[in-house]
Design a protein around this ligand. Structure first.
Ligand code: AMP
Length: 213
């Protein structure tokens, strides 16, 4: 049995064409089914639905043989125990710094002020500001980061930006792009050895299909 860990939403939706290229069709829709283990048209391949931030954990400890996860999640989780053969070029977005439209970010950074930064991505933010030599107080949040500068909780946020609509709707502006983000295929190291053939077939099919994304 080959188990693939996916999270619902954009990653699931954008992985479906890659699965199709490998001849794999998921037989239930996660938006309507309450099942957490979804069968496929191949009796020996199944999909498990987990939270996006749990995908690396499932794959690292063998709860799943493979998974698809954002590069942001991999950087936060640490990925030393995972084989990462492919950038799938899906769920593309960027990690950025954003502030209130009337906040003078450049001035604050130039002055060497201590910046209060709210984010779910503490490791990425810490490394980014450390490399710039900017002193920050990091405030860990689990959701709705956009609210932090609007309520005075923080001066800035570090968050994923795709269209920029969420920032605009909340009068925030993007002031720095930290990095481009896309989703990666991750593979359990032991599974790669023990289930080499079927896993190779999936990697090869994903590889061919993802270059056309
Ligand atoms: P947007 O309004 O299109 O710029 O999207 C921004 C919102 O969607 C933010 O709340 C982000 O955290 C979230 N978001 C955007 N792209 C992704 C992605 N690839 N993976 C997870 N969350 C994302």
């Amino acid at each position: 049995m080959i188990t693939l860990a996916l999270s619902k939403g954009r990653i699931f939706d954008e992985t479906l064409p890659l699965l199709a290229a490998a001849g794999i069709e998921v037989l239930e829709d996660p938006e309507t089914s309450r099942k957490l283990i979804l069968p496929t048209n191949q009796a020996d391949v199944r999909v498990v639905l987990v939270r996006a931030t749990d995908v690396p954990t499932y794959v690292e400890y063998g709860g799943a043989d493979l998974g698809v996860t954002g590069f942001d999640t991999l950087l936060e989780h640490g990925s030393s125990g995972l084989y990462q053969p492919l950038d799938l070029h899906i769920a593309r977005c960027r990690m950025s710094v954003a502030v209130r439209a009337n906040f003078d970010y450049a001035h604050a950074v130039r002055q060497g002020a201590r910046l209060k930064v709210a984010t779910k991505y503490v490791a990425i933010a810490r490394e980014f500001f450390a490399a710039k030599g900017v002193h920050v107080d990091l405030i860990k949040l689990y959701g709705s980061m956009e609210l932090a500068p609007l309520t005075g909780l923080a001066d800035a946020i570090v968050d994923l930006v795709s269209t920029g609509n969420t920032l605009r709707a909340n009068d925030l502006v993007e002031v720095e792009r930290i990095m481009d983000i896309s989703s990666r295929l991750v593979v359990n190291q032991a599974a790669l050895k023990l289930k080499r053939e079927p896993i190779r077939r999936i990697i090869d099919a994903f590889s061919l299909a993802s270059v056309t994304q």
